[in-house]
Design a protein around this ligand. Sequence first.
Ligand code: NAI
Ligand code: CS2
Length: 508
Amino acid sequence: MSAALQTGEALGSALLGRLPAGVAGPAYDRSALRPGIAHIGVGAFHRAHQAEFTEDLLAVEFGRWGIVGINIRPPLIIGTLGRQNGLYTRLLRENERVEARVIGSLLRVVDSQDRAEPALAVLASPEIDLISLTVTEKGYCHRPASGELDEAHPDILHDLAYPETPRSVPGLILRAMELRRCSHDRPVTVMSCDNIPSNGAILERVVTTLAERRGGGIADWIARNAAFPSTMVDRIVPATSAADIDFVEQNLGYRDDGVVVGEPFRQWVIENRFAGRFPAYDRVGASIVDDVEAFEHLKMRILNGAQTTLSYLGVLAGHEYSFDDMADPLLASFIRRMLVEESLPTLQPIPGVSPEAYVEQSLSRLTNTAIRHRNHQIATDGSQKIVQRILSPIRERLARGHGIALLSVPVAAWMTYLIRASERFGRAWRVEDPYAARIAAIADRIGNDPKALSEAVLAIDAIFVPELSENPVFRASVAERLAGLLSADPIGYLRTICEAQETIGRKG
Ligand code: NAI
Ligand code: CS2
């Protein structure tokens, strides 16, 4: 079989019958597959998670659930995935172990970066029953603190003025709904798979707010004909690197520009709220539940909380990947303490789930040396992540009179990361965050005055609700942490925090 491969041959339909030994391919007749799902945001995660669940489902219960993938932002995908007939290799890696599979559920891809029309043609089509999304946290154009539509967002201002040629995700969904309403009136489920809290509720809110502004009864049509389930999605999938593409070429013998690498662990919890037909993902390992919130808190506050915290502390310690952070005894012990002592007590109980075991499992996942998840990648868009991962548990603890000695560290570490990227602080690294420019301007104006810096950042009300920014314990704690982390020895400072906690633990 592998002998029939030509060196450097590209993955595509023609290669499906000749995949090398040990590489699984689609277990169904791909030529009979018809589209039923439109996915916006064909990044690494979608290819390693929802597309794989869909692939599993097609293998056990073949149906009209092919995926049409759409990107409305970079990267272009027609020249890569499109050229490969939507096929790509999904590698699961755990330390030395590798498992390869070619996924076939992505039937077709569409680039719609310059104009909305190609995306709208798919989203409004009567054959599409499910629209799913992984467009990153900032794609929802919401204010992280409240979940409301950010009506000052440039893309939203554009879409309010030109609703028929939308640029934003909420504007695109709204226009697709209008087109569906006037062409065939079929119901549709719109499912966010991004790591934002109550992702279905936030998506519904931003689309509905825009629909109300648009008028003409479209908000009522959406309320009657669309459903926005919330989901908890999990699998660590770092950005694909050139080394991953080379790995496939050297070890599997073909060229694949669409490779994705993920860990073996995967989880998907979907709220039972659908309009029309929905794929039976529960047949292939997803859980369909009435309320996703407890699962979402578990994942975002523990696994994601750990990733976010380690990413900032890891950069300050000079580490590159999550597994490097976990190999650093100080960072590993800090994160375990933070999760167990402060995050875990804020979780709601889930029958059959031990939060302590979940903490250990999450930390163990982060030690996987084959998952090369860069600290700077996880640190990206922190302003969109810290509310659900760090600030919400802090708020709940403060409301109950509990301490935040440890959870205040990632808040200040996130600030430090953005402050040190400013000109005045020597542009220590390049950052990407919708609030990066605003925080750099604060840093350039104030300089090295941690108290004034923290007060100015806490005044950004799109991130910090008044309940937090006006809380004296929170303010004092973040200012103190920021002074330590902005000092010449941030890791020495972290050590003193750990020692102080140990002393408190011994006395307690
Ligand atoms: P990626 O960088 O590979 O892909 C991002 C996708 O989002 C691209 O298709 C891009 O076109 C699109 N996008 C970016 N900004 C957008 C905007 N403003 N409007 C519309 N589309 C936009 O990232 P990846 O790994 O696919 O992750 C995407 C999201 O999936 C994450 O932000 C997170 O919410 C969720 N997720 C990711 C996991 C992971 O480990 N990679 C695991 C669980 C959830
Ligand atoms: C990561 C997540 O980049 C990040 O913010 O924390 O994407 C993380 O890998 C996933 O949520 C794991 O399911």
